[in-house]
Design a binder for this molecule. Structure first.
Ligand code: AQP
Length: 332
C-alpha cells in the first residue's frame, strides 16, 4: 500500500468546515487505500502564542474530533507530533539544507506574519514549512492529503527531498500533494473570495463543527451571495453560490450539474435553507461522537500512545538513515 501522511493543528476549540471538507474527509477515505499516518501537530501550534492549558485541552479535542469524523485506530496510525521526537530532529537537518531566500518565498509566512505583526512573528513561524517537510519525509510518504493552501509546502518538501538525496544519496521518497479540486478551498460564508479560516474577519463567515448547530444553520441562511437570482455554478461571477453548491455537493454526494437542475427556478433562499438542514443533520451526530470520545480521556490517551509507538518505529528508522547519510558519528 502507498503511504499517506497529514497533520492538523490543535489551535482552536473546534475544527471548521474547511478543515473537514478540504482535509479530514480525505484522511478518512485514505484509510482504505493507504498505510495512513495522521497527527495532531502541536509543534506547529506553538509557532504562534498558546496558553499551555488550552493547548493541552485542544490537543485532546483535536484527536476526539478526528475519531468522531471516522478515523479508526485499527486502520490508521493517529498520534500527537510531540510524542515522536524525531520530527524536531529531522526538522533541524532540513533547516540546514534550506536557503533563507527559499524559506522567505513561502506565502503563508507572509500572510500570517502580516496578521501577527512582522516584528512579533517568531522564527518558528518562519521555519514551520521546513518542520512540515520533516514531518512528511520521516514517513517516506507517497501522498499528503491537504487543502490548496498547503500546495507550496508540498512542493518545498519535494525540492528538499531531491536536494538531500542528490547530495547524500537516496534517502527520502518524493511525496505528492493529494488535493481534491472541488473541496480544496472552502470559502468564508460572508466573504466568498476569502478562504474559510479560524482567523476569519467575522465569526459569521466561519462554520465551526462544534458550535451550536442552530447558530451554524443561521450562518448558512445568511450567507453572502449576489443580486442575481439564478442558481448556477460560476466561480468568477457567483463565488458565493458556487461555494454553497460545492459544500452541498460534498455533503450529499450530488453532482453540481444535478444540483443546478434540482434548483432551477428556485430562489437562493431554498438552497441556503436546504444546506443549513443538511449540515445540521451531518454535524449533530459528529458533535455527539466528539463528546463521547472526550468523556473517556483514558481511552483517548491510550489510542494516542499506541499511535505514537507505531509512528516512532517508522520515524526512527528514517532518522537513523538520514543521520548516517549526513555524516553523523553513530552513538555507541
Ligand atoms: N478553507 C479551507 N478549505 C479547504 N481546506 C482547508 N484547510 C484549512 N482551511 C481550509 C486545510 O485543513 C488542514 C488543516 O489545516 P491547519 O491545521 O494548518 O489549519 P489552518 O490552515 O491553520 O487552518 P486555518 O483556519 O486556515 O488557520 P489560519 O487562520 O491560521 O490560516 C490543512 O490541510 C489545510 O489545507
Amino acid at each position: 500500500r502507498p503511504r499517506a501522511l497529514s497533520g492538523i493543528q490543535p489551535t482552536a476549540s473546534s475544527f471548521h468546515l474547511g478543515n473537514y471538507l478540504g482535509a479530514i474527509r480525505q484522511y478518512v477515505a485514505m484509510q482504505e487505500t493507504h498505510d495512513a499516518f495522521y497527527m495532531v501537530v502541536d509543534l506547529h501550534a506553538i509557532t504562534v502564542p498558546q496558553d499551555p492549558a488550552t493547548l493541552r485541552a485542544n490537543t485532546r479535542l483535536a484527536a476526539a474530533q478526528l475519531l468522531a469524523a471516522g478515523l479508526d485506530p485499527e486502520r490508521c496510525t493517529l498520534f500527537v507530533q510531540s510524542h515522536v521526537p524525531e520530527h524536531a530532529q529531522l526538522g533541524w537537518l532540513m533547516n540546514c539544507i534550506t536557503g533563507f531566500g527559499e524559506a522567505s518565498r513561502m506565502t503563508q509566512f507572509k500572510d500570517k506574519s502580516a496578521r501577527h505583526g512582522a516584528d512579533s512573528a517568531t522564527v518558528g513561524l518562519f521555519t514551520y514549512p521546513i518542520l512540515q517537510v520533516a514531518d512528511i519525509l520521516l514517513y517516506q510518504a507517497d501522498a499528503v492529503p491537504v487543502g490548496e493552501d498547503q500546495r507550496q509546502h508540498i512542493e518545498l518538501t519535494r525540492d528538499l527531498a531531491e536536494r538531500f538525496n542528490g547530495r547524500f544519496g537516496a534517502t527520502f521518497n518524493l511525496p505528492a500533494a493529494h488535493i481534491v479540486r472541488e473541496v480544496a478551498k472552502i470559502y468564508d460564508l460572508q466573504d466568498p473570495t476569502a478562504k474559510m479560516s479560524k482567523s476569519a474577519a467575522t465569526a459569521k463567515g466561519l462554520v465551526n463543527l462544534l458550535d451550536e448547530p442552530k447558530a451554524s444553520a443561521k450562518k448558512f441562511r445568511s450567507a453572502v451571495t449576489d443580486t442575481d437570482t439564478v442558481i448556477r455554478y460560476d466561480e468568477k461571477e457567483k463565488p458565493g453560490i458556487s461555494n454553497l453548491l460545492r459544500i452541498h455537493s460534498a455533503l450529499t454526494g450530488t453532482g453540481i450539474a444535478e444540483l443546478e437542475e434540482q434548483y432551477a427556478g428556485k430562489g437562493y433562499g431554498a438552497l441556503k435553507t436546504d444546506l443549513a438542514e443538511i449540515f445540521v443533520a451531518w454535524v449533530t451526530p459528529f458533535r455527539e461522537r466528539t463528546q463521547e470520545y472526550l468523556g473517556d480521556p483514558e481511552t483517548l490517551d491510550s489510542v494516542l500512545a499506541e499511535g505514537a509507538e507505531k509512528a516512532r518505529a517508522v520515524a526512527a528508522e528514517t532518522l537513523a538513515l538520514a543521520y548516517d547519510r549526513i555524516g553523523f558519528l553513530p552513538a555507541k
